[in-house]
Design a protein around this ligand. Structure first.
Ligand code: SAH
Length: 216
């Protein structure tokens, strides 16, 4: 993996764009500076790496738009050593941002081919602390639960109850929810037991949150 002067320039303008769209958290903006997004995508898309857009990765999936990654990360409000479950590893970029902020990250992907590719990539870049899991995000990860934070990076029709159960009291889940392609970003805080608080933060597009594992 190589970083280039040109890529750093493009990164700087992406950060300005994120600022102009309202992202103010300096630690999160630093993550966008220190983590080269072009490492997480195929070479033929490298020239697009620092555009504020989503585009294809493997297995017909997409890498989330930078503004979406930034917004979900702001809402999660990561603290050092937070135990975080991510549903939808995809390219691994969002997981890298969470790890950069000091989280212990567990990330689940249902596409086996993509899971293997991203597992290898994250190790090769040096994200030893990110635990990649192959599985169905609807089940969460009972083995590593409970979590301080849960982030779903695929578009859901509803909030899986198992994920709420795997959240600690006082924990936060950020999940795009709705019918159709455009989802509302929900921030759910687990007050205690089944008492939840919900805030809604804008419209975002995602690939669908699908059940089961795809081993093709
Ligand atoms: N966080 C990713 C976003 C990838 S797109 C990134 O930074 O690039 C969403 C991903 O969610 C896809 O890779 C898709 O395969 C995965 N996904 C969808 N439903 C899932 C499920 N039930 N369990 C685990 N992963 C799922």
């Amino acid at each position: 993996m190589q970083d280039y002067y040109k890529m750093r320039g493009l990164r700087q303008s992406l950060i300005s764009k994120l600022r102009s769209k309202g992202i103010r958290d300096e630690r999160i903006l630093s993550a966008f500076w220190d983590i080269p997004r072009h490492y997480f995508i195929d070479k033929e898309f490298a020239h697009l790496a620092y555009e504020d857009i989503a585009f294809p990765i493997d297995s017909e999936q997409t890498i989330s738009q930078p503004f979406t990654v930034a917004t979900q990360t702001v809402l999660l409000d990561i603290k050092e050593n937070d135990k975080v479950l991510e549903i939808g590893t995809g390219s691994g970029f969002q997981a890298a941002v969470l790890a950069y902020l000091g989280a212990k990250v567990y990330t689940i992907e249902r596409q086996e081919k993509l899971f293997k590719k991203t597992h290898t990539l994250l190790k090769s870049i040096g994200y030893e602390r990110i635990r990649t899991l192959l599985g169905d995000g609807y089940e969460g990860s009972p083995r590593f639960a409970p979590f301080d934070k849960i982030i779903v990076t695929a578009g859901a029709n509803n909030v899986p109850i198992k994920l709420i159960e795997q959240l600690k009291e006082g924990g936060v889940m950020v999940i795009p929810v709705g019918v159709g392609d455009v989802k509302k970003m929900w921030k759910i805080t687990k007050i205690h037991g089944s008492k939840l608080k919900r805030e809604i933060h804008g419209d975002f597009s995602f690939v669908p949150f699908l059940e089961g594992v795809n081993s093709l």
